[in-house]
Design a protein around this ligand. Structure first.
Ligand SMILES: NC(=O)c1ccc[n+]([C@@H]2O[C@H](COP(=O)([O-])OP(=O)(O)OC[C@H]3O[C@@H](n4cnc5c(N)ncnc54)[C@H](OP(=O)(O)O)[C@@H]3O)[C@@H](O)[C@H]2O)c1
Length: 293
């Protein structure tokens, strides 16, 4: 059981939350944050490999969570392109195993998905009414995961996010600062536009989503959009790193296995209908990331 902090509200024991992918960027922060508020079980790949249907079923039946937050995924876009069978096994079939097991014990499932389900041809923000048309294996495997979750479990929240950043692990925001400090030089893409998402802001919204009980598909990112180049400029400025050379490149200049959609800004119709305040603009969130570090 999670320990209670004197400054935190009391733990809500009415809800048991199971977090998969607990060692990943989102999973790690979510486990810590939710464990200060709810009864939390953290599942790492060694505990419950999502590709193993029997283990998933046994684990969920044994722990009987009220809510499962699925942070487990094969999230490396180029690795997915090189290993499509593995991508589909984790991102699609793994999600399906979890949804089936959740259904058996009456649990709700929060399933994380991605802006890369869209092809990026639009020039206005994508809503949940827009038809997904992924252009790479990662996007296709995640879209298949969404479909299988919807099919297996009515009590689902599918949450599409984008460009996740936070402390620790493999993520672009930390990598950018490390590289800038080490090399004094960066390559930054000018023609891929999206909305960064600060992991701590996302987690608070996930809590709101679970508490509101409105099933469906959500888009959650910080407000505003930028290219990777614009992100790098702002990030270096906020981090106080001067004199770093940022070289502009186009997506096509880079030799990467997976194509990326050029524009994937997301708009969340559902949270607008629910009257929720949008997440703060990404530069503010990035400033918080720097100062909280
Ligand atoms: N990061 C982004 O920019 C981004 C953008 C859009 C959407 N998303 C989505 O957001 C979610 C969280 O992403 P993240 O960045 O936190 O991912 P992450 O850091 O790559 O973490 C993924 C976690 O899943 C685990 N995992 C992989 N295969 C598994 C399996 N077969 N069974 C159980 N666990 C397995 C990994 O464990 P091991 O390390 O042991 O393999 C890792 O702990 C994912 O659904 C991702 O698709 C992320």
């Amino acid at each position: 059981m999670a320990t209670e902090k004197s400054s935190s509200p009391p733990i809500d024991h009415r809800r048991k939350i199971l977090i998969t992918g607990a060692g990943g960027l989102l999973g790690r922060h979510a486990t810590r944050w939710f464990a200060e508020r709810y009864d939390v079980i953290a599942a790492h790949r060694e505990d419950m490999d999502l590709t193993d249907a029997l283990t998933v079923r046994r684990w969920i039946a044994e722990h009987r969570p009220d809510v499962i937050i699925n942070c487990a995924a094969l999230s490396n876009v180029d690795m997915c392109e090189r290993e499509p069978a593995r991508a589909f096994a984790v991102n699609a079939e793994g999600a399906y195993h979890l949804a089936l097991a959740a259904n058996e014990v009456g649990a709700e499932l929060v399933h994380l998905s991605t802006d890369y389900v869209f092809d990026g041809k639009k020039r206005t923000p994508y809503t949940i009414d827009d038809e997904p048309r992924p252009i790479n294996v990662y996007g296709r495997s995640k879209l298949e995961g969404e479909k299988l979750v919807r099919q297996a479990l009515p009590r689902h929240y599918i949450v599409r996010i984008a460009r996740l950043f936070g402390r620790g692990g493999r993520n672009f925001a930390s990598a950018l600062l490390d590289l800038a400090r080490r090399e004094g030089r960066l390559l930054a893409i000018v023609d891929e536009i999206g909305s960064p998402t600060y992991v701590m802001d996302l987690i608070e919204r996930l809590d709101e989503i679970i508490r509101c009980g409105r099933y469906g598909t959500y888009h959650v990112t910080n407000e505003g959009a930028c290219s990777w180049y614009e992100f790098a400029l702002t990030a270096l400025q906020l981090a106080g790193l001067r004199g770093v050379v940022i070289e502009k490149v186009n997506s096509a200049d880079l030799d990467r296995p997976a194509r990326r959609p050029p524009y994937t800004v997301l708009r969340c119709l559902l949270s607008e209908r629910l009257g929720w305040t949008p997440l703060r603009p990404w530069p503010q969130a990035y400033a918080a990331f720097i100062s909280e570090g």
